[in-house]
Write a protein that binds this ligand. Sequence first.
Ligand code: SF4
Ligand code: SF4
Length: 372
Amino acid sequence: MGEPLMHPLGLLAEVTHRCPLGCPYCSNPIALESRADEIDAVTWARVFAEAADLGVLQVHLSGGEPTARRDIVEITAAAHSARLYTNLITSAVGVTEKMLAALAEAGLDHVQISIQDANAASADRIAGYDGAYVRKRALAAAVVRLGIPLTVNAVIHHANIDRIADVVDQAVALSASRVEIAHVQYYGWALANRAKLMPTRQQVEHAVDRVEALRERYRGIIVIDAVVPDYFARYPKACLGGWGRRSLNVSPSGKVLPCHAAETIPGLEFWSVREHSLSDIWHSSPAFNTFRGTDWMKEPCAGCSRRLEDFGGCRCQALALTGDARATDPVCHLSPYHDLVADLAEQRDEAPYIYRRFRADRTTAAEIAKVG
Ligand code: SF4
Ligand code: SF4
């Protein structure tokens, strides 16, 4: 494997797939899990205790919209009791100030609010929800009033990339301590909308320059996290710091995944917290061990000096673009499929968004095939 097994640092707790918004780049799977399948708060409490024992330091309470769960305060309190740093990742829609105060009382340490754009009409159009933008600003102000550290997360694509500076200005105006400029990653819903979401090369180059200027301007005021988007990079990123290396995701029904898109890879066997301890899953589950380390690699990754830096890039992206999850991520310029990425980066259209909708009970195989 090339290095000893590390312990995870972060746990993404996807407590529900329910969400009032419909972002066309949502990282949730196309086949959303239903409310009836969600694990209960008692099980989450056990998972958090086991995570802390494994060495996890941070839990990200996410979804869907995590506050769609009526027991989110209880779940947050359980994470806090396990001595985990708790971060609520929220769309802000449906979160009242009273609920926020109760979460703070339960030990919530940090809030991350997504904003879809700096322009209200465009933001609501991207979210597929009228009035979302106003609610996000109101909740951000409430977070700051309660003294909870705030991160603004903006997913960037063709429709909003030219307003990156406005997004950062807005995060500063909202008194956020950090802003994440997260370029769309093309799996699941985003893959279905790729030609609509893909920025032009010129847009990306301008955005990279603007971010550098903004970092200078706001040094000491706000931290700006941003990386060059995959399709325009020379090397891939170490997806989540390497497969099964630093983090794990628990789905609403209790399935444990090495990353949120791992279920797009056919043939992987995911174990559930309903039947296994988190430690057992981390150490022994087939899904975590399949792409751990470097033994699974083919050339050119197998003989490459960067293989312990980027771990061959993203397995889900390799599968989506080449049909082979063991292939070098085609984002890498050394991949024999790299031209494919360059071609796709030039393909765009103005088709309407395919919005992500929560309809798990009604999503048929035919609908999934149509979207995915
Ligand atoms: S990306 Fe949008 S639709 Fe998906 S969970 Fe977040 S807010 Fe909801
Ligand atoms: S060949 Fe593989 S290991 Fe080398 S830089 Fe490319 S993706 Fe990374």
